[in-house]
Design a protein around this ligand. Structure first.
Ligand code: ATP
Length: 230
């Protein structure tokens, strides 16, 4: 019997944007369903423009669907007001993007600590945890460097450490290795997969590469606005 708990669930999501054919709507998600179990690794593949980033943003509360529901531990977050949605994001979700979005004027340590400082954590505690995370990612000796003084792979490791700062339960990663060479891709993926062991976190990974997807528990393809098992 499967006893794993579902943490994040999408039911019957629809999302369209203006700019479709014949001045109509561009239908991106069309009745899409998804369940993310605790401590699971799920990959989503799909052609460019199929709606993968759109889905990730809706799951993480950065955007809203036109209709359908997203549940966090059984609570319907689609009905949350903006403040509650921001609270949900900060507490439970870590985002990793293809481009790291680190703040250039801050050091690696300050970038990693930022989400906790914003959430009101005392600075000594925040910096201590930021050091721990940078250590986990093997780059604590780079903690006083600014983003431009770091390699692409190091920048991406800093952004992963930042995503984990508030102890999220789910990491949503949008092509986190899309900009990296093979060696750094392997490092980042190994780290993502270790997170499940170290922290019991679930990872939802968008990728263009089926080889990367094949390492995960579940591979889904977003096609014609719905997810299909591969
Ligand atoms: N805010 C927006 N306004 C209008 N169209 C949008 C908007 N956001 C996304 N789209 C369109 O919706 C479609 C899906 O975009 P999305 O970024 O989700 O695709 P994707 O599968 O992540 O693509 P890629 O693999 O190229 O990153 C695209 O055609 C895109 O141009």
């Amino acid at each position: 019997m499967d006893t794993k708990k579902t943490v994040l669930e999408a039911q019957n999501l629809y999302k369209s944007f203006p700019g479709g054919p014949d001045k109509g709507e561009l239908k991106v998600l069309q009745g899409m369903n998804l369940k993310i179990e605790e401590a699971s690794i799920t990959s989503i593949v799909g052609s460019s423009g199929s709606g993968k980033s759109t889905l990730l943003h809706i799951l993480g509360g950065l955007d809203r669907a036109d209709s359908g529901d997203v549940f966090w531990n059984g609570k319907n977050i689609s009905t949350y007001k903006a403040d509650d949605l921001a609270d949900f994001r900060n507490k439970y979700i870590g985002f990793v993007f293809q481009f790291h979005h680190l703040l250039p004027e801050f050091t690696a340590l300050e970038n990693v600590a930022m989400p906790a400082l914003i959430a009101g954590t005392q600075s000594g505690e925040a910096y201590e945890r930021a050091h721990e995370l940078l250590g986990l990612f093997g780059i604590d000796e780079r903690s006083e460097h600014r983003p431009t003084q770091l390699s692409g792979g190091e920048q991406q490791r800093v952004s992963m450490a930042r995503a984990l700062m508030n102890n999220p339960r789910v990491v949503l990663a949008d092509e986190p290795t899309g900009n990296l060479d093979q060696e750094n891709t392997d490092i980042i993926l190994d780290l993502l997969f270790e997170l499940r062991e170290a922290m019991g976190v679930s990872v939802l990974l968008i990728t263009h590469e089926k080889e990367i997807a094949s390492r995960s528990d579940t591979i889904l393809e977003l096609k014609n606005g719905v997810l299909e098992s591969l």
